[in-house]
Design a protein. Structure first.
Ligand code: NAG
Ligand code: NAG
Ligand code: NAG
Length: 358
């Protein structure tokens, strides 16, 4: 089982620049970093990420519909207020079950002990070398992986499963056990990438679990569809398909990533079409799953009063999609077709500082 790490994932521009740390992008690097950013920002007041978040969520509202305005307001409602009494981790200790890590993270992450990464042994040194702020548990390929992760579960507010995971049978079997435990403890879980491969093999793992969010792209979506529905998918009716898949999985929240993101909980379908860029970056999915992990926790803690009766996870998913698209948009304006995940994350930090000093 090798390190599930690719040296670079450019935005389709074919940019190859291996070996330079700045460019080393692993499948779940962005998720870890963005979660650490979101959590650390709040825990330490070290950075005005909240302000960035709020700015990202306020952009482009001028011509938005009333529904959009309402959604923006609902997301703002779930963002925790800053208080000086908070201690580290209170606003989101997130676990990632996945592959490997990118570097180096934004400076504001120094000292954050809020993101736990559960990975295979071989991936650990890479993660540690780039991001000492992340707590790395190299247990995923051990025979007692489930027990090792279970020790930490009571302290985690949400779990993101899948980025960079790979499809190794032993590993996926451990992940299956981890998902069972996560469900038993009622912890929100965001499942992406190879985690979705596992779900397509065993839909029962998440069926009806109301705190699960799946974030498939079109290929992953079709695979899930084939696993749980016998009728062919109506490819001309994307909203209807997302709604149906959610229902077939017991009304769990599904985010279908695409030109516009479609989000459903089996009852309604939200569209996220915040202006991003004409290209999706490979790591954009990691940013989405990472920020969704944090926002899912925030939304569930805030409760349905704060989301005006809407499903908290729908609001969280819409907020995370919107934020991710905005990061993509800002980075793409600077770097065009060669935009990388790293550029997108860097954009969050830059916008952050800019706001903080004005
Ligand atoms: C809250 O729900 C009420 C009733 O459905 C609606 O009129 C109002 O616009 C909603 N407010 C927000 C911020 O979504
Ligand atoms: C799309 O699918 C949904 C759910 O099955 C259905 O209610 C809707 O009428 C469909 N829309 C079109 C345009 O076929
Ligand atoms: C899912 O939601 C739909 C629409 O509200 C409802 O008809 C259906 O019974 C729900 N399914 C489950 C398993 O709760």
């Amino acid at each position: 089982m090798g390190i599930r790490c690719v040296a670079i994932r450019a935005c389709g521009g074919g940019k190859i620049d291996t070996g330079v740390p700045r460019m080393a992008v692993c499948p779940y690097g962005a998720a870890a970093v963005v979660m650490a950013l979101l959590s650390a920002a709040i825990a330490f007041h070290c950075s005005p990420l909240l302000a960035v978040l709020q700015r990202a969520l306020s952009l482009h509202t001028a011509h938005a519909t009333k529904d959009m305005d309402n959604l923006f307001q609902l997301v703002r409602n779930i963002v925790p207020a800053l208080t000086s009494k908070k201690h580290k981790g209170q606003d989101g200790r997130i676990g990632i079950v996945g592959g490997c890590q990118e570097g180096p993270p934004p400076a504001c992450l120094s000292g954050a002990d809020l993101t736990h990464v559960f990975c295979a042994r071989e991936a650990a040194p890479v993660i540690k070398s780039y991001s000492p702020e992340l707590i790395v548990h190299p247990v995923l390929d051990s025979s007692d992986a489930v027990e090792e992760v279970e020790k930490w579960l009571p302290r985690l507010h949400a779990l993101v499963v899948g980025p960079g995971l790979g499809r190794d049978d032993l590993l996926l079997n451990n992940v299956r056990g981890i998902l069972e435990s996560t469900k038993a403890r009622d912890i929100p879980v965001v499942i992406d990438a190879d985690g979705l491969w596992l779900i397509a093999q065993r839909p029962a793992l998440v069926h009806g679990y109301q705190k699960a969010v799946l974030t498939p792209n079109h290929v992953e979506f079709s695979r899930l569809w084939d696993a749980v529905l016998s009728s062919p998918m109506d490819t001309s009716n994307h909203s209807g398909s997302v709604l149906k898949l959610s229902q077939a999985l017991g009304n769990i929240t599904i985010v279908q990533k695409g030109e516009q993101d479609l989000i459903s909980n089996g009852q309604q379908v939200l569209v996220c079409n915040q202006e991003g860029s004409s290209r999706r970056c490979g790591g954009q999915g990691d940013l989405l799953s990472g920020s969704l992990g944090v926002m899912a926790h925030w939304a569930l803690r805030a409760g349905p009063e704060k989301t005006n009766g809407s499903s908290p996870l729908l609001v969280a998913a819409w907020g995370a999609c919107t934020l991710t698209r905005e990061c993509n948009h800002l980075a793409f304006q600077k770097y065009g077709r060669s935009t990388t995940t790293t550029d997108m994350i860097a954009e969050v930090g830059a916008a952050f500082s800019k706001l903080f000093t004005t």
